[in-house]
Design a binder for this molecule. Structure first.
Ligand code: FCB
Length: 464
């Protein structure tokens, strides 16, 4: 079966709850991965160097010095991996393209051997009835562009739009759903504020420049792909389900407003409403004269999109606490305290609270009115194939999705993170998110109990 996000997947106010836990007909069931996390083959077929190659080799940056050089060796094993997806009954697969495979130095000649890999992968998926959802950027920027300033440099946005068009020219006849960026919050704030992710910079001005140029990259690419005839276009964010610790406290509400602004509205408002929120302009102005926002940029960013990808893992609760230093990934957040996790957590120490997902989806629906897709949701647990905790996590979050649908949210599908264990960025291979286990010595794949459970969910289009 194939499905696209433009199909009428949900009936607002529909029957997800009334009919037990059936999802709407056409609800898209998928799994997600990302290039650097699974492909390996880091120097093969002309691939250029990415910022993650550089970062992972920098001592002290990644757990045990792990790199993505080999990862899951998916570059060579993609046929086996697609067969595995077909066995699970996936209707869709979200993969990302490694920009350095396509334009090894970011802007120069196109590397056809890199393009051919995604061509083969796409055909393999379609041959098995699995719809590809392509993410154009999941964090592996060509190092050559970083050497010129990376996302802090406006030219990177222009280079991204060119690269997007190269990909569309190759795959646009077969790929109908395209998303530009994965979680620009992480690219900007983890990459340029806390430095916990590549390129490892700690500079608030560069952070806000990166926010803006990432958004601009999205807008330029969407306009170009729309012009070229692309069907379904969108972006994936990791919106925060942030709430004041004490909802009756004005100070806690104020703390939540700032975090909501930095995490959510600074992206969503220009994307969907066409302008940065006033309070976030003021917030950024504490660090910079905002000279990087040129006339017409906000209009350029505000391209109509067909779908908003939502990655969700965990809620956040904040309170006002004078004297608290700013969070490393939050320029200007001094005086705001994040509550440590309460209750059950995953192996990432992320609090588990499915109801927060329902709340977030309703908020996005009410404030932004755009069709939604869960492009990532899942949990890390220690190694092992009997993963009842992961099943419990997924079951809870799918129920939260069903709740949101029954309350009128236009949610079109769900992609589990992740198809298989993979390179978890700064955590290296220490954290396992897969519904399929990967033995990194032999590259053997073994479906975990959660994979079999998910296959059943897909088959019955719902939960028991
Ligand atoms: C998200 C990333 C994804 C994965 C999950 C656990 O922020 O998009 O690549 O690492 O977290």
């Amino acid at each position: 079966m194939t499905a696209t996000v433009t199909s009428e997947a949900t009936e607002p106010g529909g029957s997800a709850q009334q009919s037990g836990l059936k999802f709407p007909d056409g609800f898209i069931w998928g799994a997600a991965t990302a290039s650097y996390q699974i492909e390996g083959a880091a120097t093969e077929d002309g691939r250029g160097v990415s910022i993650w190659d550089t970062f992972s080799r920098t001592p002290g940056k990644v757990f045990a010095g792990h790199t993505g050089d080999v990862a899951c060796d998916h570059y060579h094993r993609y046929r086996e991996d697609v067969a595995m997806m077909a066995d699970l009954g996936l209707a869709a697969y979200r993969y990302s393209v490694a920009w350095p495979r396509i334009r090894p130095d970011g802007t120069g000649p196109v590397n056809t051997r890199g393009l051919d890999f995604y061509d083969r992968l796409t055909d393999e998926l379609l041959g098995k009835g699995i719809e590809p959802l392509v993410t154009l950027y999941h964090w592996d920027l060509p190092q050559a562009l970083q050497d010129r300033g990376g996302w802090a440099n406006r030219d990177t946005a222009l280079a991204f739009a060119e690269y997007a068009q190269v990909m569309y020219a190759k795959l646009g006849d077969r790929v109908t759903t395209w998303t530009t960026l994965n979680e620009p919050w992480c690219s900007a704030y983890l990459g340029y504020a806390s430095g916990r992710h590549a390129p490892g910079i700690t500079d608030p001005v560069a952070t806000f420049r990166a926010v803006h140029h990432l958004l601009l990259a999205h807008g330029l690419a969407v306009e170009a792909l729309r012009g070229a005839g692309a069907g379904t276009l969108g972006i994936t964010l990791n919106p925060s389900a942030v709430a004041p610790l004490d909802p009756s406290s004005a100070a806690d509400q104020e703390a939540a407003r700032i975090i909501d602004g930095l995490h959510n509205r600074i992206f969503l408002d220009p994307l969907i409403k066409g302008a940065y929120p006033d309070d976030m302009r003021e917030h950024m102005a504490r660090f910079t004269d905002l000279g990087f926002i040129q006339d017409g940029d906000e209009k350029q960013i505000n391209q109509p999109i067909d779908v908003l990808g939502v990655n969700f893992y965990s809620p956040a609760y904040v309170s006002a606490k004078p004297g608290t230093p700013a969070a490393p990934d939050g320029p200007g957040t001094e005086g705001i305290a994040f509550r440590p996790p309460v209750g059950p957590v995953t192996d990432m120490n992320w609090q588990i609270e499915p109801a927060a997902l329902t709340r977030l989806l309703e908020r996005l629906h009410n404030d932004y009115r755009v069709p939604l897709l869960i492009t990532e949701n899942g949990a890390a647990y220690p190694d092992g194939v009997h993963d009842e905790h992961r099943i419990e996590y997924l079951d809870g979050h799918l129920r939260a999705c069903a709740d949101a649908i029954s309350r009128g949210v236009d949610l079109r599908g769900y992609f589990v993170w992740s198809l298989m264990d993979n390179y978890e960025w700064a955590e290296g291979y220490a954290k396992r998110f897969g519904i399929v286990r990967v033995d990194y010595t032999t590259q053997e794949r073994t479906p975990k109990d959660s994979a079999r459970w998910y296959a059943d969910v897909i088959r019955r289009n719902g939960l028991e």
